[in-house]
Design a protein. Structure first.
Ligand SMILES: [Zn+2]
Length: 478
């Protein structure tokens, strides 16, 4: 039996760590800040990958692979990019005993090597748009590591596109943030706020960074995905040009976009509880677990029935496992499957068989119910769909309840000191107001939502009282 998970009410961050380790999602590695993703965690990541990969392909994006090692000088070609990333870059200086003439960077992201290569791939208007993605690992030095949320090496996908016009690149960057929104809301059942980052929070080298921001159970924000309109910054830095239809050389415009294993953190901190992981059915590697209750005297007949139920559910296309292990009590098994977050549990013993019924329980509900065995398939189908929807709705309700519109600074300060959550408040657009709030309250602008309340923008900046330009989502964040 796993050790006890610290209750959320007692210590939210300890709860998170206990859950990640005891549900066997990930473990610490010998190198500080690195993480071992265990089979149960990786299986969830694989479902995310498969789902997203299909969504990317539906947008015409193709997969490819670039190397981990990048000549350090590449990072220096785009001024903002190097300034933003150099404090986080890990470098390789030796090959065996021999010192390298030029250090190599372990990629923190791949814009530079990709745009170096696009110079060869993009020559004519016929080569555009160019839409690629890679599933890869990246490295960023991390002072305050946390499993899944901040690790030195993490897994992600990074999409990179090249376009003939600035408008097209911008349109594509926006399109991808909406792909992420759809994925995170539909599959992970996590509602998000979609918008544009302020200049001080955008990606180094981007014209605009779009983000989706989710609210965790403790009211803090987690940036769940970003998409960047890179303008012609990387095209220029790597001297990529193309011959347009008129035969003239023209600049090439870019977008890049990514989500990472951080999504695992978002998933855990949105839905899970003190008993362990809670997984939305669409994402769960195992959607249904069957736990037959038997004794030595009736084992054969109970297990034969369990096998037939298993086959029935599997044939209907659901991901199901049969826990017929000997030597563990049903109660022990139930606790294990709850810890692992399997959405639906079916249990039965000989007496249930005689009455042609089954006992079912949803991971996100405390109660059990009895159903007729003949209704099993339709029950499973409906319940998985309902649970997916209920998880989304309850997360959405929490986000709505904990999003407060605020107009004056004393109330704004009090809100973050006493409750915390998202504050929807006007901003003049000046970075000094952001700095003040960050220093005093450790609160940042998460994004400026795409859907702006036009009336509110005619108001005053919540910090300085000057004429507001935007409505912003402010919050503490992971
Ligand atoms: Zn201001």
């Amino acid at each position: 039996m796993a050790e006890k998970i610290t209750p959320r009410a007692e210590d939210y961050s300890q709860w998170y760590i206990d859950l990640v380790t005891q549900a066997e999602l990930a473990d610490y590695a010998p190198v500080k800040g690195c993480m071992i993703i265990r089979p149960r965690g990786y299986a969830i990541w694989e479902v995310m990958q498969r789902t997203l990969d299909d969504m990317f392909k539906a947008e015409g994006v193709q997969n490819c692979y670039f190397p981990t090692l990048i000549p350090y000088s590449f990072l220096q070609k785009e001024a903002e990019h190097v300034e933003g990333f150099s404090p986080e870059v890990l470098t390789v200086t030796h090959s065996g005993e021999k010192k390298l003439e030029e250090p190599l960077a372990l990629r923190p992201t791949s814009e530079t090597i990709i745009w170096h290569t696009f110079k060869k791939w993009v020559q004519s208007h016929r080569d555009l748009p160019l839409l690629i993605n890679q599933w890869a690992n990246v490295f960023r030095a991390e002072m305050r590591p946390r499993l899944f949320l901040r690790t030195v090496e993490f897994l992600w996908q990074e999409g990179h596109t090249a376009h003939a016009t600035a408008e097209e690149a911008n349109e594509f960057a926006k399109r991808m943030i909406h792909v992420y929104q759809r994925f995170v809301e539909d599959t992970l059942a996590i509602p998000v706020m979609v918008g544009v980052k302020s200049d001080s929070e955008k990606f180094p080298g981007a014209v605009y960074t779009y983000s989706i921001e989710a609210m965790m159970q403790d009211g803090k924000a987690l940036q769940a995905g970003t998409s960047h309109d890179l303008g012609d910054n990387f095209g220029k830095a790597f001297e990529v040009q193309f011959q347009n239809k008129e035969g003239k050389l023209a600049p090439v415009y870019a977008s890049s976009w990514g989500v990472s294993t951080r999504l695992m953190g978002a998933l855990i901190m949105t839905h899970s509880d003190d008993k362990g992981l809670v997984l939305p059915p669409k994402l769960a590697p195992t959607q249904v677990v069957i736990v037959p209750i038997f004794k030595a005297s009736n084992k054969d007949v109970v297990l034969a029935h369990a096998q037939s139920i298993y086959t029935e559910i599997k044939r209907a296309g659901h991901r199901v496992i049969l826990d017929d292990k000997d030597g563990y009590s049903p109660g022990w098994k139930f606790a294990q499957w709850e810890l692992a977050g399997v959405p639906l549990r079916i249990e039965f013993g000989e007496r249930d068989m005689q009455s042609q019924s089954l006992v079912v329980s949803r991971r996100d509900r405390a109660e059990k119910e009895s159903i007729e065995a003949s209704q099993l398939l339709s029950y499973v189908e409906q319940t998985l769909a309902t649970m997916q929807n209920d998880l989304f709705l309850s997360a959405k309700e929490r986000m709505q309840t904990r999003t407060k519109e605020l107009v004056d600074y004393p109330a704004f300060t009090r809100y973050f000191e006493e409750e915390g959550g998202f504050a929807l408040a006007c901003w003049c657009g000046d970075a000094s107001c952001e700095t003040k709030v960050k220093t005093q309250l450790q609160v940042t602008i998460r994004n400026l939502p795409f859907i702006q309340n036009e009336e509110a923008i005619t108001g005053r900046c919540v910090v300085c009282g000057e004429q507001a330009k935007h409505q912003a989502i402010w919050s503490k964040s992971y």
